[in-house]
Design a protein around this ligand. Structure first.
Ligand SMILES: NC(=O)c1ccc[n+]([C@@H]2O[C@H](COP(=O)([O-])OP(=O)(O)OC[C@H]3O[C@@H](n4cnc5c(N)ncnc54)[C@H](OP(=O)(O)O)[C@@H]3O)[C@@H](O)[C@H]2O)c1
Length: 323
């Protein structure tokens, strides 16, 4: 597995890193599904252990994933996996207190809880999980100050800023001054450059993690019909998982990719992931790995397609609809 230097942190991480939102289990907040169904803890633990064996040593979690369940699972592995072998990232912001996820007392408790569940002295990278800082950005300054306080105390090493919307991260990055940004990017959803975030990152040398690069598995073209999803699985609320026509077109794309790159160990993963990291130095992708086979496949990704091949892949997927 190729490594990248995660921007100004100077830390080397695998270009394909490990996402653990899928380890959260089904969950709903008010009327919205926010979890993942269809997984199991044993497989999730086995996936993390296999990932580590294969050198996939950058793990991404959050306090919100299963309300701490994903963090607890990771914290339970240090007898098997040396803590020093993992670059560990977590986040806070989506679990709301009585007022707001960044309300200072609540946020302090959340960071302390992350440290406790992860059973670690220091979290390598800790993100503000979203860019909603309350009315008139009421909680912005205090959220930054709290992260800096934990950093000064050696409990957090690097600071990150995340959101589904790259433009919001571009807007707040000059104030937060994150070492790493984490945003949504896939072949069908690609506002990274036009949002202005790419320019900020280039000037400031931040590291970049692109999340949900497979659009939660959708882009793999593995569904023959709209899947039946548990109401606590966030994919149940996403119209693209119910779009039979899109699913059929994604299956056709998959077949075309497998013909063109058939000599590769992971033709489809190489095609879907390489374009996202090829044009951003210091970028990795976070792939959700719920089973050991996911880690084994990810470890075979080369992410080294030529410019002509990347152009071919982009043209193949261009025009497929995406929200
Ligand atoms: N900062 C944020 O706001 C934010 C938001 C979203 C995600 N993230 C991070 O990014 C990570 C990745 O995003 P994601 O989990 O949404 O989705 P993703 O990486 O786009 O897709 C993950 C899913 O793809 C499928 N998959 C992966 N490898 C596979 C393989 N080799 N063969 C077959 N299927 C495979 C699995 O689906 P099945 O489980 O159905 O088999 C897996 O759960 C998250 O886990 C999280 O750490 C962060």
């Amino acid at each position: 597995m190729r490594s990248i230097t995660l921007g100004r942190t100077g830390v080397e991480v695998p270009v394909v890193s490990v996402g653990t939102w899928g380890h959260s289990g089904p969950a709903r907040v008010k009327r919205h599904a926010v979890g993942w169904a269809g997984g199991d803890d044993e497989a999730a633990r086995a996936a993390l252990l296999r990932a580590c064996e294969l050198g996939l040593s950058h793990w991404d979690t959050a306090d919100a994933y299963g309300n701490g369940h994903s963090e607890e699972m990771i914290g339970g592995l240090w007898q098997t996996v040396p803590r020093s072998q993992v670059f560990l990232a977590s986040k806070t912001g989506w679990v709301k207190g009585s007022a707001h996820g960044y309300e200072p007392d609540h946020m302090r408790r959340q960071i302390e809880s992350s440290l406790r569940r992860l059973r670690t002295e220091t979290i390598d990278l800790y993100y503000l999980h979203h860019c909603d800082f309350g009315p008139d950005d009421r909680y912005l300054d205090s959220a930054i100050a709290l992260l800096r306080e934990f950093q000064a105390a050696g409990r957090v090493r690097w600071i990150g800023l995340s959101d589904w919307d790259s433009a919001k991260v571009a807007r707040y990055a000059p104030v937060v001054e994150p070492d790493v940004v984490q945003v949504y990017r896939s072949l069908l959803h690609d506002p990274y450059h036009e949002s202005g975030l790419a320019d900020w990152v280039a000037v400031h040398g931040a590291g970049v993690c692109f999340f949900s690069p497979l659009q939660h598995g959708l882009l793999l073209g593995k569904y023959r019909k709209p899947p039946e999803l548990d109401p606590g699985d966030h994919r149940s609320g996403r119209p693209e998982f119910r779009d039979a026509d899109l699913l059929a077109r994604l299956r056709r794309c998959r077949r075309a990719v497998e013909v063109r790159f058939g000599e590769r160990a992971q033709p489809l993963l190489d095609a879907l992931l390489t374009p996202l990291v090829a044009d951003v130095p210091g970028a990795c992708v976070l792939v959700g790995m719920r089973r050991p086979e996911h880690a084994e496949a990810a470890a075979e990704v080369c992410a080294d397609l030529s410019a002509a091949d990347i152009d071919w892949v982009r043209r193949l997927y261009r025009g497929l609809s995406s929200p």
